[in-house]
Design a protein around this ligand. Structure first.
Ligand code: ASP
Length: 591
């Protein structure tokens, strides 16, 4: 037997027992006649004590960090206890030591507070994963997946695996493709999600399906995106939107309770239109208020009452003027306000400028546009904003209401960050419902499905498909936690004719629709039940629960921002023989 106990479990109650432990050397401290080693395994750290004069002592003094050891000794009470450590009241008085494997000195310290930068840690990810703070995230991830399975199993869901080699789907993100050797010149695509397959499972009568599924999207990467990621993918038959929201609100509640011991209140619901109006975002961070107040009516009225040459052209011509009220922040200095103006002017945000106003202690409003407006107008503005003494008002305006709202949303989040309102330990969850069916794509110059082309319009909006498709609302919903879209789904179309119609609005010819989605539309002709579902991003939920900034930290072997695995050296060139077999020629300059 390699070990009788682990490095995380021994306590005062185990004193005088003889135990055998195995693990890695975290740290060696030589103190004259005594040498101490912190021995680490997955379960924790236990202090080993070696006394001068023993063979084990001599051996211990010749070890290096990360050596793999097996030790046998007696559990004794520690003289100087370490309250930081669960095993901190005991140590092992080592009688025999067996080096199971020596180790090279690791390129960075294997401690929570490591000296290793991002790149080196990714290159040696197997060492990085030895660090407790990283391992904890994967333990949490395991627990999450386990509790998801437990909950869904109890609700009668079946986990079904769907293939990873599928075909390319238009309308989504870019596909990763895999060449087929047996069918030269043709390609599989890796699934962006099991969407159509889970719908086919509903046609097959599976009724309640789920899968913890790997999905692949060839998109530019950000902190919350990886080229491959994991979805908790779910679908149900004979359901309405309400049934799905209830089922998965239940799952979310179960996860919060079992993992964080938090009792989640009933989730509020917000329409997409309200989310955009009050937060400028379809994934509002509702941990704090600072909701938008529209000011165009007020300012336009003030402008109309002024002679032409005294007008503030920025507001006079704006289609949208909106503000947020930062409570108690009138103390912001000119320098801080200039920095905020620079923030909204960054290309990523894209505003032209920012107007601000402070409500002074005597109640007067001092603003950056004092010369354009009377105190009376500014007072009205402060009242509309519900601003009180000591508050700071920040205003953005623009020609395009949607774009300006999104800019104001960035400002709101930044302001909240500066005010410490984005506490990762506080959770605010909600459903955003009634998404539009379509959104206009400037790039493609056409309407695109906002969710995906299988989403059902609201029945009462179906007549608008012919007259005003952009205003059609969908039976689609997202779950949002702390400003992160953690899940989303919809009630699907189960009627082949309506599905054909939707493809038509999206600009597919009947032939194109048949080639790409014939399998689905044909299946619907064989008795498709009404159905709907959703998918959660497992990586996002885990990173939220763990309070992480990036989903990378809860993935065992993530890719970097260039989509590379620097440890494996993937992606990489392949042999000419492999290329020949696949009948693929690679341009010389790419070799
Ligand atoms: N397949 C969808 C997605 O990946 C989720 C769903 O509609 O169930 O976003």
């Amino acid at each position: 037997m390699y070990r009788t106990r682990t490095c995380g479990e021994l306590r005062l109650a185990d004193i005088n027992q003889t135990v055998t432990l195995a693990g890695w050397v975290q740290r060696i401290r030589k103190m004259g006649g005594m040498t101490f080693i912190d021995l680490r395994d997955r379960y924790g750290i236990t202090q080993l004590a070696f006394t001068q004069g023993t063979t084990a002592f001599d051996q211990a003094n010749n070890l290096g960090r990360e050596y793999v050891l097996q030790v046998t000794g007696k559990v004794i009470e520690r003289q100087s206890k370490n309250p930081q450590l669960p095993t901190g009241e005991i140590e092992i008085e080592v009688e025999s030591l067996n080096v199971l494997n020596p180790a090279l000195t690791p390129p960075f310290t294997i401690e929570n507070d490591t000296d290793g930068g991002d790149d080196i840690r990714m290159r040696y990810r197997y060492l990085d994963l030895r660090r407790e703070c990283v391992r904890k995230n994967l333990e949490l991830r395991h627990k999450m997946a386990f509790e998801v399975r437990r909950y869904l199993d109890e609700q009668g869901f079946l986990e079904v695996e769907t293939p990873v080699l599928v075909n390319s789907t238009p309308e989504g993100a870019r596909d990763f493709v895999v060449p087929s050797r047996m069918n030269p010149g043709t390609f599989y695509a890796l699934p962006q999600s099991p969407q159509t397959l889970k719908q086919l499972l509903m046609v097959s009568g599976f009724d309640r399906y789920f899968q913890i599924a790997k999905c692949f999207r060839d998109e530019d990467l950000r902190a919350d995106r990886q080229p491959e990621f994991t979805q908790i993918d779910c679908e149900m038959s004979f359901v309405e939107q309400e049934d799905i929201l209830n089922m998965f609100e239940g799952m979310t509640r179960h996860l919060f309770k079992t993992i964080l011991n938090i009792d989640l209140p009933q989730l509020p619901r917000m329409t997409w239109a309200d989310a955009m109006k009050y937060y400028g975002s379809d994934k509002p961070d509702t941990r704090f208020e600072m909701t938008f107040v529209e000011l165009h009516d007020l300012f336009h009225k003030a402008e109309e009452q002024k002679p032409e040459n005294e007008r503030f052209s920025v507001f006079a011509n704006a289609a949208y003027i909106g503000g947020i009220c930062a409570k108690g922040q009138a103390v912001y200095t000119r320098k801080q306000l200039d920095a905020l103006t620079d923030f909204v002017r960054r290309p990523q945000v894209g505003a032209k400028g920012m107007v601000y106003a402070r409500v002074e202690q005597d109640g007067t409003v001092k603003s950056s546009v004092d010369k354009f407006y009377t105190q009376e107008v500014l007072q009205q503005m402060a009242q509309t904003m519900k601003a009180e003494k000591g508050d700071l008002i920040l205003i953005l305006s623009g020609d395009d209401a949607m774009k300006t709202r999104k800019q104001l949303s960035e400002l709101r989040l930044e302001m909240a960050r500066q005010m410490g309102l984005r506490d990762p330990k506080k959770f605010s969850c909600l459903w955003v419902v009634d998404f539009p069916m379509y959104e206009w794509s400037d790039e493609e110059q056409r309407l695109m499905a906002m969710h995906h082309p299988f989403t059902s319009p609201k029945p009462e909006d179906i007549p608008l498909l012919d007259t005003d498709p952009a205003s059609v609302r969908a039976n689609a919903y997202d779950m949002v936690i702390n400003g992160v879209e953690v899940g989303g789904g919809s009630i699907r179309i189960h009627d082949a004719l309506l599905q054909e119609k939707i493809f038509e609005v999206l600009g597919f010819t009947p032939e194109q629709a048949q080639t790409k989605f014939g399998f689905l539309m044909n299946a619907f002709k064989y008795g498709a039940p009404p159905h709907g579902g959703l998918a959660y991003g497992l990586d996002r939920v885990v990173s939220l629960f763990a309070g992480l900034d990036s989903i990378r930290d809860c993935i065992a072997f993530p890719k970097n921002n260039q989509g590379k695995d620097v440890m494996l050296g993937a992606p990489s060139v392949i042999d000419q023989i492999q290329l020949d077999e696949l009948q693929i020629s690679v341009r010389q300059e790419n070799k």
